[in-house]
Design a protein around this ligand. Structure first.
Ligand SMILES: *[C@@H]1O[C@H](CO)[C@@H](O)[C@H](O)[C@H]1NC(C)=O
Length: 133
């Protein structure tokens, strides 16, 4: 009881992150946009290992972002001859941009759907491959 009362008080100080960050889920969806390959994805956060998924078309996951800016999901992306790494959800980068974060995974890197343009034009390079698992 005491904990939830404290939470409500903190929430009222940060009403936006309270409403958007605590109570609603964020969905991340990955679409395979490789020319003719199955995309193997392995995503982890600090607390969760989402396992290995072989994506022919699309796959996704949902979570409730951490109250104070903490949520990070990193993924390995593999297909024959290639292995890459990218932070597919980084709260400081993404929380203002999407609660339905839809990505197109192409050989050059991931592009997120941009609600302003209606295109997958929010493109990022692969991260340096220093955190592969
Ligand atoms: C989305 O599109 C708008 C309009 O072109 C652009 O200003 C904005 O930077 C884009 N967002 C991202 C994350 O690339």
């Amino acid at each position: 009881m005491k904990t939830s009362a404290t939470l409500i008080i903190i929430c009222s100080l940060f009403i936006d992150s309270c409403v958007e960050g605590i109570w609603s889920k964020t969905h991340v969806k990955l679409n395979n946009n490789l020319p003719a390959e199955t995309l193997r994805v392995h995503c982890k956060s600090r607390d969760d290992d989402l396992g290995i998924h072989d994506i022919t078309r699309s796959w996704g996951f949902s979570f409730i972002p951490h109250f104070l800016d903490g949520t990070l999901f990193s993924c390995n992306f593999a297909w024959p001859g290639q292995l890459h790494w990218f932070d597919i959800y980084e709260q400081s980068r993404d929380q203002e941009e999407c609660t339905q974060c839809i990505w197109k995974i192409s050989p050059k890197g991931p592009c997120r759907f941009n609600g302003t343009t209606g295109e997958f034009d929010a493109c990022f390079p692969w991260s340096p491959s220093s955190r592969l698992w």
